[in-house]
Design a protein. Structure first.
Ligand SMILES: [Fe+2]
Length: 203
């Protein structure tokens, strides 16, 4: 068949291979922040049912803690590779981490579908991923424009599906373009799922 595939959606997914020291410091900083962040705790109670996120409060953690600054350096290297794969014609250093925040999701907490406005790239570093805890579920950005399109078969390859779930393990990094709608289904594990999310802006 004379079929051409155009407009790919590229996702970066790899282990960041953080040192155990870095993981320990990030975990301990995250738990400390979750203890002292009254504004974030209140915000989370209303909008992040059962869990905690510093999205609205401590959201520039790369400037606040040396362990988060070390994490930023590691993520910067992965972002360089991702930018190359995406084919962006930009000068080095023009894409910078603008926000970075932590998320703690106990059993049952979920995060419904959303995009990250005003950013170019976004992503998540998975700090503590218990078995049975969800990774991230992406949605085909063209769905919103499909008005009378028939449903798709169940057995299509990943790149043809309308929803794609990525399972993540401890130490994994996922990067995506910020316009791409995604969600985190409910945590089915009895243990807390802990992740660090961030945005990159272009200047
Ligand atoms: Fe998100």
């Amino acid at each position: 068949m004379a079929i051409r595939t155009i407009f790919p959606t590229q996702i970066f997914h790899s282990s960041l291979k953080p040192s155990q020291n870095l993981v320990n410091s990030l975990l301990s900083d995250t738990l400390k922040i979750a203890e002292i962040d009254e504004v974030g705790l209140e915000w989370s109670e209303e909008r992040y049912f059962g869990g905690y996120t510093s999205y609205s409060s401590y959201n520039r953690l790369q400037e606040f803690s040396s362990s988060f600054a070390d994490l930023e350096n590691l993520i910067d290297q992965a972002v360089e590779d991702y930018v190359e794969a995406l084919g962006y014609d930009i000068e080095e250093g023009t894409l910078k981490m603008s926000n970075c925040w932590v998320n703690i999701m106990p059993t049952g907490t979920h995060h419904s579908g959303h995009i990250h406005p005003n950013s170019i790239l976004s992503g998540t570093f998975y700090l503590q991923m218990p078995e049975d805890s969800p990774g991230i579920k992406f949605e085909d950005p063209r769905l919103i424009m499909q008005m009378n399109t028939p449903a798709k078969s169940d057995d299509l390859p990943e790149e043809m599906q309308s929803f794609v779930s990525i399972n993540a393990k401890d130490g994994d990094l996922v990067l995506f373009e910020s316009y791409l709608r995604h969600e985190v289904p409910a945590n089915q594990s009895e243990d807390d799922r802990i992740s660090i999310s961030f945005n990159y802006e272009y200047s």
